[in-house]
Design a protein around this ligand. Structure first.
Ligand SMILES: C[S@@+](CC[C@H](N)C(=O)[O-])C[C@H]1O[C@@H](n2cnc3c(N)ncnc32)[C@H](O)[C@@H]1O
Length: 428
């Protein structure tokens, strides 16, 4: 049976459709199913590169002309129904009504979404698992992986929970394992040293997930770092649209597991300077470099705060600086690092002929401030207030994804130029 793709972010439809059409795998028409836009394909292979490339959608098999039969053992609902019936579970329809059907595959992990009504964390499912005990719960997950996700080589099941906003490292404290160990029981996940200064043994004692987006391999440890599928659109923009990456340098503040760093390197940046405070993300970035066969010499990673960037870049740059892009990727705002980015630009102007640097400012912005352009005006004024000797031009505002109702995660591209070289007081 071929696959269809279920999307909640309709801004992705155009690109996905174009890609499928170019491979003659698109089936008309795109239709609505509940909250999903559904795109049908003629792809039947589980490991087809087009499906492996992006995970910004759910996958479902369909038979020509109609949706998959709900009782079909090949889908989660059908499988669960027959599993529960075979065990004479009295309230199985009630459990089915709270069954989560939204999930993401991050090999080897199957990660279920968590909603109030549909979740394995729903009281009805928690009571059921408690009643039947661990062996049945394990058997249920094991069979689901082997029957519904044939060939995907999945070994773990967990529930995704929201990231805690207040945690600056965006750590997934609330990921909830259902089947398989995400970390070895020997690790004390509450110990501060494990988060602040993990050892090689710690790195080997946890599960690492892998996904390929836009042809780029990415790794992360779901217990220790977040991963955001929604950034796929921005990654593609770096790969397709950004000017002058090739042969130039990039600074990636808040580098994380390298969502953006790896794209800049794929686009042949000469060197990317990364600043990231979470050692688990740094390890993930190293794995990403290795998996993409990128020379680690081209990526200088500082497991430190952005605050050190001017000093670090000054001591690292032995050849002429050619910083052309500075990425500022923290939500809800990257504002604390704007002065640091401008300091780096100032440092560069005093030693190099590169006369234009693009800032890529990520921020969560209310739709009202996008519609009346006040976000752009405010940002340009704020930059001017930080360093009046530069001129700032907003080149593009990309709406990446909705973060909450009426709140957009955006990226504003601002070109920074020096007004007059002689007017700049060199940094000491
Ligand atoms: C939204 S995530 C980054 C997304 C990223 N581009 C990626 O690939 O994961 C923000 C990252 O910024 C890091 N961070 C937060 N404050 C920082 C700071 N002052 N200096 C450096 N990194 C910081 C966090 O640890 C987190 O990994």
């Amino acid at each position: 049976m071929p696959y269809e793709l279920l999307l909640t972010d309709s801004t992705l439809i155009k690109d996905i459709k174009l890609e499928l059409e170019s491979e003659k795998k698109f089936v008309k028409p795109i239709y609505q199913d509940g909250r999903y836009k559904v795109i049908r394909t003629t792809i039947t292979e589980d490991d087809h590169p087009l499906l492996a490339k992006q995970k910004s959608y759910l996958l479902r098999k369909y038979t020509a002309g109609r949706l998959c039969d709900k009782n079909d053992e090949n889908n989660i609902v059908g499988f669960t129904r027959s599993f529960l019936k075979a065990r004479n579970v009295a309230n199985f329809e009630e459990l089915i009504s709270h069954l989560p059907i939204r999930y993401t595959v991050y090999t080897p992990l199957l990660l279920f979404n968590n909603s109030k009504e549909k979740s394995f964390n729903h009281i009805k499912w928690r009571e059921f698992f408690q009643l039947v005990g661990l062996p049945v719960k394990d058997e249920y997950c094991k069979q689901m992986l082997s029957k519904v996700f044939v060939k995907l080589k999945l070994t773990h099941v967990a529930i995704n929970m929201p990231i805690i906003e207040a945690d600056v490292m965006r750590r997934p404290f609330n990921i909830y394992p259902l089947y398989g160990e995400l970390v070895s029981p020997a690790l004390d996940v509450r110990a501060e040293e494990l988060w602040d200064s993990p050892t090689e043994t710690d790195f080997q004692s946890t599960l690492w997930c892998h996904t390929i987006q836009n042809g780029i391999h990415q790794y992360w440890a779901p217990m220790f770092t977040m991963f955001s599928r929604g950034n796929i659109k921005e990654k593609k923009r770096i790969l397709d649209k950004f000017q002058d990456i090739e042969g130039n340098d990039v600074v990636d503040m808040y580098a994380g597991i390298g969502y953006f760093t790896l794209c800049y390197l794929k686009r042949n940046a000469r060197k990317v300077y990364c600043f990231e405070i979470n050692p688990w993300s740094v390890e993930a970035l190293r794995k990403g470099l290795d998996a993409n066969a990128i020379d680690p010499q081209r990526c200088k990673i500082y497991n430190e705060s952005n605050e050190n960037c001017t000093a670090r870049i000054r001591e690292a740059v032995t050849r002429k600086m050619r910083i052309r892009h500075i990425n500022l990727g923290l939500l809800p705002t990257s504002k604390p690092s704007w002065p640091l980015a401008l300091e780096v630009i100032r440092l560069q102007y005093s030693t190099s002929s590169m006369n234009i640097v693009s800032l890529h400012i990520h921020e969560n912005v209310h739709i009202i401030h996008l519609q009346d352009d006040s976000f752009i005006t405010k940002t340009l004024n704020a930059l001017k207030a930080i360093d009046k000797d530069m001129c700032y031009e907003a080149k593009h505002l990309e709406r990446i994804k909705t973060f909450a109702p009426d709140i957009w995660h955006i990226c504003l591209d601002v070109d920074v130029k020096c007004l007059e070289l002689s007017s700049l007081v060199p940094l000491t």
